[in-house]
Design a protein around this ligand. Sequence first.
Ligand SMILES: *[C@@H]1O[C@H](CO)[C@@H](O)[C@H](O)[C@H]1NC(C)=O
Ligand SMILES: *[C@@H]1O[C@H](CO)[C@@H](O)[C@H](O)[C@H]1NC(C)=O
Ligand SMILES: *[C@@H]1O[C@H](CO)[C@@H](O)[C@H](O)[C@H]1NC(C)=O
Ligand SMILES: *[C@@H]1O[C@H](CO)[C@@H](O)[C@H](O)[C@H]1NC(C)=O
Length: 505
Amino acid sequence: MSVTMQIKRATVEAHSRLKKRASIASPAVLSSFVFLLISALVFACWINTSIFSGPFQISIFTTSKAPDIPLKCTEWNMTQTCPANYPTKQTHDRDLYHRIPGNECPSFFRWIHEDLQPWKEIGITKDMVERARQDAHFHLVILDGKVYLERFKPAYQTRDVFTLWGMLQLLRWYPGELPDLELMFNCNDRPIVQSKDFPHPKPGPPPLFGYCRHRRTLDLVFPDWSFWGWVETNIKPWTHVLKDIEESNKRTPWSDRKPYAYWRGNPYVAQARKDLLKCNVTKKHDWNTRVYIQDWGRETKQGYKDSNLADQCTHRYKIYIEGQAWSVSEKYILACNSMTLLIKPQYMDFFTRGLVPLQHYWPIRDNKKCTSLKVAVEWGNNHTEKAKAIGEAGSRFIYEDLKMEHVYDYMYHLLNEYAKLFRYKPTVPKGAVELCSETMACPTKGTYKKFMLDSMVKSPRRASPCSLPPPYDPPSLEALIESKANLTWQVETWEDEYWQSVNKD
Ligand SMILES: *[C@@H]1O[C@H](CO)[C@@H](O)[C@H](O)[C@H]1NC(C)=O
Ligand SMILES: *[C@@H]1O[C@H](CO)[C@@H](O)[C@H](O)[C@H]1NC(C)=O
Ligand SMILES: *[C@@H]1O[C@H](CO)[C@@H](O)[C@H](O)[C@H]1NC(C)=O
Ligand SMILES: *[C@@H]1O[C@H](CO)[C@@H](O)[C@H](O)[C@H]1NC(C)=O
């Protein structure tokens, strides 16, 4: 069988898997039908009340309307404090239709159970949390819906600030719905807690939160700061970036994009990225790859003219490569509607475990990047419809499974499951300060303030969180991992066959 035939078959298989998922999603169709029915009933009821009892019509809607939580900044010359009457309870009824079953979270939420596995039996004790202190940038305590912070050391740039901001917004989104808990958070790129250091269930590894993990570490993955904005690179809060990229996608349809693999970034943070520079087009070689260096120093001075993410959806193929560890760029790259060429990653963040090769992206070898990239682009240019479909599926994943509501739901479920494991009741540590959106946002200025206000949750959510899918049973988890490895391995086999036939000629 020819290489192209085989690739064709595999993508067809990946697509039929997609379709299967779509048909599994039919409860969604059912629930929207039920929703319509209920809205019709509510509407009829409203008409009824408005005809027969005048002003009562209003109360029907106000019961389900979540009140705004305004930011209450005090006068400039006074010390900002947290308002005493902060909502710490769910004060409104959820909308009827949001209670309808079938609102299951995306499949990557199932990894919450896997990540918490080391503590399933033995629980989380004060001693374990304390052992995470040495690697943490901050210690956060949630008690009765209020947040207390103990800072240990500054994090790089404003990572800690916007991570904390995100946590506070979660509490505005679901007030009073988070249990008492405390956590230690590492804001560095790399995960820290090595599984090999904890060969026995006891004394239990320290539960340390961070942005990513490695297959040999036990860190608990949490959404990174950039979902609320990355001030130093002028990357707006996630919902705003998504809108910008979506508009740009409409402006530049796939067929108008350049038929090459594109990457722009800072190559000096990792050897693999420096290697990638060697794949750039030269007079001698064309690996179908175009790479550009992002000089953040210059960008900052020039007002970020060349680094706007929405202006980077100009090529049919976009390369993702890790930096020191996982890179925040992955979600922006996948959102572009171009086929993502994913150079084999070492680290995982909370959502990337939901990505499937040949369905959402094309896998690229990490040890033979240039030849691997060349074949991927050539294949895509030979099969434009299929490459386009992979690009679109990757973007759909980002716009649906990774929309901000799901980011909050992931945090919500992770923290709830984490807190269930507590074997003690946390208390406010000595020296901790109360943290709220006012103490964080009121004193800030400029881009900080703008990003905070733009990403601020204005009122509690009306809908319930999506429902957390159950843990994988061990055989199905193994099968899932194996089938992904299989697809990657197949692509690598085609690549080898391609180069063998080229070198023979
Ligand atoms: C703050 O400034 C206002 C107006 O200038 C003044 O009336 C008030 O007393 C000041 N408050 C404090 C705590 O200094
Ligand atoms: C890669 O090649 C393109 C096209 O020749 C060029 O504009 C770009 O500066 C090169 N990138 C690097 C990092 O040399
Ligand atoms: C692309 O098509 C050309 C011409 O049919 C063929 O020689 C080449 O092997 C194909 N490459 C890939 C990667 O499918
Ligand atoms: C992996 O691929 C091989 C060969 O194509 C196949 O026999 C095997 O069943 C696949 N395993 C999974 C889990 O898909």
